[in-house]
Design a protein around this ligand. Sequence first.
Ligand code: AMP
Length: 214
Amino acid sequence: MSKHVILLGAPGVGKGTLGQQVVKRAGLAYVSTGDMLRAEVAAKTELGNKIASILAAGELVSDDLVNELIKKAISKPEAQKGFMIDGYPRTLYQAKSLEAMPQGKIDVVFNIELPAEEIVRRISSRRSCPKCKAVYNLIYSPPNKEGICDRCGAQLVTRADDNPDTIRNRIAVYEKNTKPLVEYYEKKGLLVRIDSSGNDNEPKIRDMLAIIGK
Ligand code: AMP
């Protein structure tokens, strides 16, 4: 049966890194609202120009906008084999909107957890590939060749919103808007906590695969 999975967690806990490994091995579609929004900004579309300053400040874009993006993404043919959503829902309203979507029934919600001081350390050493979206960490998982993506050879970048001021605001926004979702999904019996500390991702990935039955 196709699985519908959500990744929750504060910015910088390693959601993207773990999520991408799990979807590769589980054969799920990976859906990231952050990646979709950054692609709009990079392509300088009308929408991209409108939201660039919101992303740069670490604020949330409107619920209606991300609801539309997700509705489209999870109804695509490649999502019918199952999907994992990273970065959505981020508000209670988004969570309820997802439930009302035709493909919006959720089987598992992983809450990726990491102590606050570790979060700041990880975010400031994060680099990502603008082309294939691979994520690296200069401390834990550096690329083979400095500054170059192992997977596709593109030049790695630091995300525009990975600077200390924006990081602080993103964490505050998470605490206020998104953290309540942990309790929300816990009450529904869907929440599974994953401890993201430590360098070795393999045991965490295996746990996640076992939980989604892969
Ligand atoms: P992320 O890559 O998930 O950290 O997202 C980067 C930025 O995109 C966030 O700081 C928000 O500005 C915006 N964003 C991503 N997902 C959402 C969402 N579900 N709701 C509102 N804003 C979002």
